[in-house]
Design a protein around this ligand. Structure first.
Ligand code: NAD
Length: 506
């Protein structure tokens, strides 16, 4: 663990200032521009650093969701009618306001999630970028196509689908909230947001920022609470036309069932067990840096983390030794310490799940090359871990661990690499390292994943599609794909000739 530095002490004092009002007033729901308590009372969140109480949060239930859905429904006609250029201006104002509160956002995110400041200091910037990207697309959201047929011209247009529900997970909640909500607003939808119960602070701050920037009341509503009551009610509410969900695959499956009675349109960004495939002909130093970055950054609590390392046999031992050496040197510490790379995991229950895989790995016969233990002390700190000599049929290779834990498996040749890469229920992301272009083309064509990076870590480009296949998701975000989800397409066919119409009945 890193020792307490003067910089950390200063950050802690400022962070305390930011969190104080949530301790005093609680994290309230916000419906139709009004602060509201939850009908089911309150729940408490804890700091993953030392398990001390952090905030008191309104526990919303079906009645709160009903109020929020009605507020979103009432605000919908005016918001949907607003001209694209005006919406663009307003969403840019929200982005400006997000950037002005960057430190507050970063510090609260660190305290709430345990994520390190070196990554969270970019949360506001990334959130603002999401707003700016979709702001600029707002004026073209309604655009369609002209399609000519024999004696017919078809004109398509798009219109916002209506009030939508957004349900987000606890990892990187600020960035993910902006990623889901910005395109919904840009499309002309109104929103009811149900953030994760484990890290609700920045979702509340984000909505305040948006309203201060001029977003009309009711366009965006926030109901905190548990998945089983507030989340469930949102997915079942008849006024909510669609659900944008980010979270576990099993929850996605439950939401699909819950939304069936009201025929909800769903968009799911779910779990992953993403392979990073390293061939001997790759630039191995860059591959090792990227593999380490993609599993140990953000505490490994990242849907696109490269949690399976598939390495060609001829370089397996040397490559794994290099990764293990780097992993063992990663600084672990308080999330607000600028030197920290790995902070505490989100919650003791999640920590217990991750630690459980260390026993599983031993029982399955894998080797723990580094890590494999809790850092002594009160917080949810787990050492960066590498399992070697693993097989793809082991639980540590099949199940999403969602921590700083990497499972390394050797392979011989392209066919085996491909078979291993695809032999999981998930298909979110894949990473491929090779110096052979033709091999990269063959492999990427056959890899079952929604997103693949060749000779690179995950570098997001907002116009590109984001999403997974198999148990990793349904639908795509990013670029125009987001608008396809939040909007309905209408086709109008114009006859261009006096064609002959079938005459029935004379
Ligand atoms: P989770 O599924 O437990 O919870 C996500 C959200 O769903 C929370 O707000 C929760 O309250 C709500 N919820 C739970 N049960 C519900 C129900 N029955 N009805 C409606 N809502 C319900 O996920 P988590 O543990 O918070 O997040 C971690 C998971 O998220 C991991 O699997 C990770 O891979 C995934 N994730 C995916 C992406 C992606 O883009 N594919 C991004 C980030 C996280």
């Amino acid at each position: 663990m890193t020792a307490q530095s003067p910089e950390l002490a200063a950050h802690l004092a400022r962070a305390e200032g930011y969190v104080q009002r949530y301790r005093d007033n609680g994290v309230l729901n916000r419906i139709g521009g009004q602060d509201m308590p939850g009908e089911l009372g309150w729940f408490d969140t804890i700091s993953p650093v030392d398990l001390a109480p952090l905030a008191r949060v309104a526990r919303g239930g079906p009645g709160d969701i009903d109020r929020a859905a009605r507020a979103a429904q009432a605000a919908f006609p005016d918001w949907a009618r607003m001209e694209g250029a005006a919406r663009r201006k307003l969403l840019h104002r929200i982005a400006d306001a997000i950037e002005r509160r960057a430190e507050e956002i970063a510090f609260l995110e660190c305290l709430d999630t345990g994520q390190a400041l070196r990554f969270m200091s970019k949360a506001a910037l990334r959130g603002a970028e999401n707003f700016r990207f979709f702001a600029d697309k707002a004026p073209e959201a309604r655009d369609g196509k002209s399609l000519f047929g024999p004696g017919q011209m078809n004109v398509t247009s798009r219109a916002p689908i209506g009030p939508v529900g957004i349900i987000t997970p606890w990892n990187t909640p600020f960035m993910l909230s902006t990623w889901k909500i910005a395109p919904a607003l840009a499309a002309g939808c109104t929103v009811v947001h149900k953030p994760a119960e484990l890290s609700p602070l920045t979702a509340r701050l984000l909505l305040e920022i948006a309203e201060e920037a001029g977003l009309p009341p009711g366009v965006w509503n926030l109901v905190n609470g548990m998945g089983e009551d507030a989340g469930r009610a949102l997915t079942e509410h008849p006024a909510i036309r669609a659900i944008g969900f980010v979270g576990e695959s099993q929850t996605g499956s439950r939401i699909m069932a819950q939304g069936a009675a009201t025929l909800k349109r769903v968009h799911f960004e779910l779990g992953g067990k993403n392979p990073v495939i390293v061939f001997a002909d790759a630039d191995l130093d860059r591959a090792a840096d990227a593999a380490v970055f993609m599993i140990y950054s953000l505490n490994g609590e990242r849907c696109t983390s490269s949690s399976r390392l598939l390495v060609e046999s001829s370089i397996y031992e040397a490559f794994c030794a290099k990764v293990a050496q780097k992993a063992a040197r990663i600084p672990i510490g308080h999330p607000l310490d600028p030197k920290t790379v790995i902070g505490p995991l989100i919650h003791p229950v999640h920590e217990a799940k991750v630690l459980g895989y260390f026993d599983t790995a031993r029982a399955e016969g894998a080797t723990i090359a580094t890590g494999g233990e809790k850092v002594p002390g009160p917080g949810c700190y787990v050492r960066p871990t590498l399992f070697t000599h693993a097989r793809n049929d082991m639980a540590i290779a099949q199940e999403e661990i969602f921590g700083p834990v990497l499972t390394a498996i050797p392979f011989d040749g392209e066919a085996e690499a491909l078979a291993l890469a695809n032999d999981v229920q998930y298909g979110l992301a894949g990473y491929l390292w090779t110096g052979d272009l033709a091999r990269a083309l063959r492999m990427t064509e056959a890899m079952q994943a929604g997103m693949i990076w060749v000779n690179s870590e995950n570098l997001r480009h907002l116009p590109t599609p984001f999403g997974g296949v198999k148990s990793s998701g349904i639908g795509r975000d990013g670029g125009d794909w987001s608008f396809d989800f939040y909007m309905e397409t209408k086709n109008v066919a114009f006859a261009t000739t006096a064609h002959s119409i079938p005459k029935l009945g004379g």
